[in-house]
Design a protein around this ligand. Structure first.
Ligand code: ZN
Length: 303
């Protein structure tokens, strides 16, 4: 079977894989994100080693951003204005393209995670869905008419504005650009800053989780009203907290208040707002799927 590479370029860790799908991964490595030179160098070393056992037909990268995704732009494949120290204006695809002499394609980490779930996971065959990752940061991607969402740039729903009741929650938010945008209020970093302990150390019954579900549900209601997704997938470390999914589902129902007259949101919401099936692997597997899609073997609209 043809081999492809996938890279999930995250703000805290990188994952690299070689294979053709969830049941066929021949090599996988994870390492922390440090400086661009060191981190990209480790990815290049991994694929150089893998080339000893045969060709790699293409590599997909799902990265944190913002990214330049315009294939006609000289900065295609660059991370652009990220506040992450040292990573602004970093070329992610050049070093791999040089090594592999094969196509290297890139999309946002959330769009590739969405693609992974579309091809092999929680959204198989669903033409319209959104994928949110609620972790250290917040991002969303998705599939519309069977294709990852692109436009002028790519969705940045982590920075959408949601109602912020300063009496209920005086925390000003942590986004360096907006303060109390969705990510500023509800990311893992925001949770830690607001409550003084990492999210995973907050007790299950803490009021933090009700507030967290409140913000997530507000953002989801906006997305549901805007895009009318047929499913909503919620991934990321924060969503692993037991009990958070039911809280979010209940609040989404309460905020919609019966207006969207569909069983999905009324009686079947447990199947409408769901965790990713591929777990932490959706991003990297989706990157492999994207590389395959480029080569025309598999992918949205081609199954
Ligand atoms: Zn923001």
């Amino acid at each position: 079977m043809d081999r492809y590479g996938g890279v999930e370029a995250g703000g805290t860790k990188f994952v690299c894989m070689v294979g053709s799908g969830p049941e066929d991964i021949s090599a996988e490595i994870r390492f922390p994100t440090t400086t661009p030179a060191e981190t990209i160098g480790r990815a290049v070393d991994f694929f150089r080693e893998q080339l000893r056992s045969g060709p790699i037909r293409g590599v997909g990268i799902g990265s944190f951003g913002p990214l330049d995704l315009d294939p006609a732009s000289p900065a295609y494949g660059f991370i652009t204005t990220t506040p992450k120290p040292g990573w602004a204006d970093t070329d992610l695809i050049g070093p791999l393209r040089e090594l592999l002499q094969a196509p290297v394609v890139i999309d946002t980490d959330v769009n590739t995670a969405a693609l992974g779930e579309y091809l092999w996971g929680a959204a198989q065959g669903i033409q319209q869905f959104i994928y949110n990752t609620i972790g250290t940061g917040i991002g969303a991607g998705g599939i519309i008419n069977g294709l990852p969402i692109h436009g002028m740039l790519h969705p940045e729903t982590g920075h959408m504005r949601i109602p912020h009741d300063l009496e209920m929650d005086p925390f000003p938010g942590i986004c360096p650009f907006h303060g109390d945008c969705f990510e500023g209020l509800a990311s893992g970093v925001a949770l830690r800053e607001r409550w003084g302990v990492p999210a995973e150390q907050l007790p299950v019954e803490a009021p933090a989780w009700d507030l967290q579900a409140h913000y997530i549900a507000l953002a989801l209601v906006n997305q549901i009203c805007m895009i009318s997704p047929q499913r909503v997938v919620l991934g990321g470390g924060v969503m692993k907290r037991a009990g958070l999914f039911p809280l979010v589902r209940r609040k989404v129902q309460r905020f919609l208040n019966g207006y969207v007259d569909r069983d999905e949101v009324k009686s079947e919401i447990d199947r409408y707002i769901v965790p990713p099936v591929l777990g932490d692997r959706s991003g990297c597997l989706g990157a492999i799927g994207m590389a395959q899609h480029w080569a025309g073997d598999l992918g949205p609209g081609k199954q």
